[in-house]
Design a protein around this ligand. Structure first.
Ligand SMILES: Nc1nc2c(ncn2[C@@H]2O[C@H](COP(=O)(O)OP(=O)(O)OP(=O)(O)O)[C@@H](O)[C@H]2O)c(=O)[nH]1
Length: 201
């Protein structure tokens, strides 16, 4: 199986930390904000599964990024939406993001794709501002899955997030429909960055 996963969430919630943890089993602390697509293969139930993971920096400014957002939605077979348990605004943002993804999917008439909500930074529970129950309730109300993890402390819980998503993608019988190839995505990303550079003059 080959599947595309987009990781989204506001700034500094740990999107790169989660992705890098999955890919390398390590937590390196600082990650920069480079937009990247990674490929990662592993065995699930005796079958090789390749995940293409798009780690994208915060992009709530949909007025500027609408077309890139739509491309992500078309490309994705599944979503990992991350917030920090110490940052309520990031949780609210995930809630809005779910609605935006769902309405964009409807508008584009795209196939259903599972969403996993991840409350990260569980190790910082003394600074917690979002209760586990709130995450669980949001997932229940929006037909998503929910996990709380610490990318800093634990590889296994991060692995469970991505395994859970793969299981759900199998359940919804996602096919390998892919309107944009890898090259198309890289091209569209370059177009956005080129436009940003031009805008700054
Ligand atoms: N304590 C703790 N810190 C974490 C955890 N995950 C990430 N961090 C820290 O949070 C900060 C942001 O992590 P990133 O992975 O860069 O976050 P991001 O969401 O990719 O950030 P942007 O790319 O800027 O949107 C870094 O200083 C990480 O070390 C975690 O589970 N626990």
């Amino acid at each position: 199986m080959d599947a595309n996963i987009v990781v989204m969430g506001t700034e500094s919630v740990g999107k790169s930390a989660l992705t890098v943890r999955l890919l390398t089993r390590r937590f390196i602390g600082e990650y920069g904000d480079i937009e990247s697509i990674y490929s990662h293969s592993f065995m699930v139930d005796g079958r090789e599964t390749t995940l293409n993971i798009w780690d994208s920096p915060c992009s709530e400014d949909l007025s500027v990024e609408t077309s890139l957002f739509e491309k992500k939605v078309q490309w994705a077979d599944g979503y990992v939406l991350v917030y920090s348990i110490c940052d309520r605004a990031s949780f609210n943002s995930v809630s809005r993001l779910i609605q935006t993804i769902k309405s964009t999917k409807d508008y584009l008439n795209a196939d259903k794709a599972p969403i996993v909500i991840v409350g990260n930074k569980r190790d910082l529970c003394h600074r917690r501002t979002v209760l586990s129950e709130e995450g669980r309730l949001l997932a229940l109300n929006t037909d998503c899955h929910f996990y709380e993890v610490s990318a800093a402390e634990n590889y296994h819980s991060v692995l469970m997030v991505f395994h859970g998503l793969v299981d759900r993608m199998k359940d919804t019988k996602m096919t390998m429909k892919r309107p944009l190839g890898f090259k198309g995505i890289v091209k569209s990303m370059s177009a956005v960055f080129a436009r940003r550079r031009t805008d700054s003059f």
